[in-house]
Each structure stands twice: as C-alpha cells, then as structure tokens.
Design a protein. Structure first.
Length: 236
C-alpha cells in the first residue's frame, strides 16, 4: 500500500492518521501537488490533489482518491484492523453525516475566515458560521467521551482533528482568534481536543515532524493574505 501525501494537507493527514491508527503498513511518498506533471495527473486520476492511496491487488494497482472515500476503503478492505466506522448501519450513517458536516459547516468557513484579510462582514460571518458548526458537532459527541463516539476514536475524530488543530494554531496566529473556553459545550470540545492531541496517530503525523507548528504557519501565511496559492512570504 502506498500513500501519496503532502505533509501540510489536512485532508491527507486524515488518511495518514487512519493508517497509523489501524496499524497498516504502507509506503509514504511525499509529493508536491502544486507541481503539475503528466506523472502526477496520472497517479492522482486527474484530480492532482492529495491524498492518493494505491493498493496492489491480484489484477494490478487500484487507486483511491479523496480522504473520505479512502477512510471507507480502509475500513472495508481491512476490517480486521482497528475499526473506524461502526458495524451498525444507522450509527455508520450518522458518522458519515457528521463527516459531511465537517466539510460543509466547519472547514469551508475556516478557510474563508483565514483568507478574509480585511476585517469586516465577510470575516465576521465566516467566523460565526465556523463556530456554529463546531458547536453542533460538539453537541453530538458522546456525553462521556472523550472521543466523538465514546472511549475510542472513529472516522469523525480523524476527519475533524487536522482542521481543529489548524483552527487552534493558524487562527490564533493570523486572526488573533481562540475558541471560547467557558460553557458546557466548549469544555466538552476542549476535552475532545486535548484527547486527540495526545493520540499517537495525530502525534505521529504532526509533532513527529521538526518545527511542525512553525512550518505550518509559514505554509499558510499566503492564505492569511487572501491568497490560496503558494506565494512567498514570512509569517507573523
């Protein structure tokens, strides 16, 4: 199994975390998805995005793209490894619902907030919508926890954590923003976040890299100026 990855990409980190969590052996291939080439277009099935997972089967290589689809594949292809989806169809549907909500209600607004370089209505609306999304998913967490579904992490935790970390680090650095700390919802969120920070699968895909937080801030600096491209610059 081979993972084409970019160290800074939160979507790719999801798959990386899942592979580590499930104890699956794989070859890690660091790529720069911004460097367009015929080879990369072919490997990524024309998407030119990470993550890309390639598995060799009896009929040749099979390529899976998009983080959510890869997480589902890992669960179905290697069910004997640590599960990340419930066996119960209704619970599994609920997990997938919240994974969709992460994309629709949290990550979209995170990037809008980060890229809103000028203070004003656009920035304020993005911030508020992101906070509303985080409140909703936190309210849906298991009451005991510490993780989304209880005492072990699942696909929802894996899908959310790379973005939760960027909310913590990047918005603090570039928007002077931190999530609230008072109130039952935010205490529950913090308990989840602290538990995920300590998870070996997150630490292996983040803190094991030298100067991870600083390098992440450098990479996202152009976003804070309203530019999603990799233009040069120095972080704050």
């Amino acid at each position: 199994m081979r993972l084409y990855n970019a160290w800074y990409c939160p979507f790719a980190q999801r798959v990386w975390m899942a592979l580590v969590h499930k104890g699956i052996s794989f070859e890690y291939v660091e790529v720069d998805p911004y460097q367009k080439s015929e080879w990369w277009t072919k490997v990524s099935r024309g998407a030119e995005l990470v993550p890309v997972l390639v598995e060799s089967g009896s009929e040749g290589e099979n390529t899976i793209i998009e983080s959510s689809r890869i997480l589902e594949f890992l669960q179905d292809y290697l069910p004997q490894t640590q599960p990340i989806y419930s066996d119960d169809p209704l619970r599994r549907a609920e997990q997938k619902y919240w994974m969709d909500q992460i994309g629709n209600q949290i990550t979209t607004h995170l990037y809008q907030f980060l890229k809103a370089s000028v203070a004003g209505e656009i920035r304020d609306q993005a911030r508020e919508k992101m906070v509303v999304g985080l409140r909703a998913i936190t309210a849906a967490m298991d009451a005991e926890g510490p993780f989304f579904s209880g005492d072990s992490i699942d696909a929802v935790d894996i899908a959310l954590m790379p973005f939760a970390y960027r909310i913590d680090v990047l918005l603090k650095a570039y928007r002077d923003f931190s999530l609230p700390e008072s109130g039952e919802i935010w205490r529950r969120y913090r308990r989840w976040y602290d538990a995920m920070l300590a998870q070996p699968s997150f630490r292996a895909t983040a803190f094991a890299q030298p100067d991870y937080e600083q390098r992440l801030a450098v990479h996202y600096y152009p976003y804070s100026l309203g530019d999603g491209n990799r233009s040069a610059g120095q972080p704050v």
